[in-house]
Design a protein around this ligand. Structure first.
Ligand SMILES: [Zn+2]
Length: 233
């Protein structure tokens, strides 16, 4: 296995695909927030500092974020691969990651970057339709996954609510900010690594199949390249 990087705007289905990757390959899913919390809880002084800064709304420098990610990626459970989600966020972080991979991965261990794309209108509708049950936390979507009875949770009939940040104006703002942030990263990795572009509007299973096929083909290629060089695969 090699590292897998997930890119895509919110609502493209990164979380769902990440869960499936974890189940299939038994590798950790490292989302930025979880990663920082985990490092802080494990007593890493840098982790504690970064988490406090984030909570206070202070800007955390690229260098600090990268240092923390490096600490996490050097842990035992990442030796068989990992899924990065939400990192890198800036071009500087992406360049750092490329260098980190170059110095830490075996020859031919090309990482795989998966870019989940969704058309703007589709995405807007998906986010706009999101509703959740305040009782059991189940998520619905008025357009793609409606409850059996309009506005009520299937499990406990609690009225469904819309999150504050799923408000139309907030969604629009968030999407354009993400696009501005994500597209330069996509271009960077398109040149540097194996980049798979998958349409997140296809059925979830179909998206997973494409991702699995790419990862497994890459694994075979890496193994044969390592064999040809007489190195252990
Ligand atoms: Zn419920």
């Amino acid at each position: 296995m090699v590292p897998i990087l997930l890119l895509g705007v919110p609502g493209a289905g990164k979380g769902t695909q990440a869960k499936r990757l974890v189940l299939r390959y038994n590798i950790p899913h490292l989302s930025t927030g979880d990663m920082f919390r985990e490092m802080a809880n494990s007593g890493s002084p840098l982790g504690v500092q970064v988490l406090a800064d984030m909570r206070a709304g202070n800007l955390v420098s690229d260098a600090t974020v990268c240092e923390l990610v490096a600490l996490r990626l050097q842990r035992e459970d990442c030796r068989q691969g990992y899924i990065l989600d939400g990192f890198p966020r800036t071009l500087a972080q992406a360049q750092w990651l490329q260098g980190f991979w170059a110095s830490s991965l075996p020859l031919g261990g090309n990482p795989i970057v998966i870019y989940l794309t969704v058309g703007y209108n589709d995405l807007y509708r998906r986010l706009l339709g999101r509703r959740s049950c305040s009782q059991c936390g189940r998520i619905y979507n008025e357009f793609t996954q409606p409850p059996r009875q309009a506005g009520l949770c299937d499990l406990d009939q609690t009225p469904l609510v819309q999150r504050k940040d799923d408000d139309p104006a907030v969604i629009r703002e968030r999407l354009s900010a993400y696009e501005e942030q994500t597209l330069p990263l996509v271009e960077f990795f398109r040149k540097q690594a194996r980049l798979l572009e998958v349409s997140g509007t296809e059925p979830v299973d179909r998206v997973s199949e494409k991702i699995f096929a790419t990862i497994e083909n890459a694994g075979r290629e890496n193994a044969s390249r390592a064999n040809a060089k007489g190195e252990p695969a």
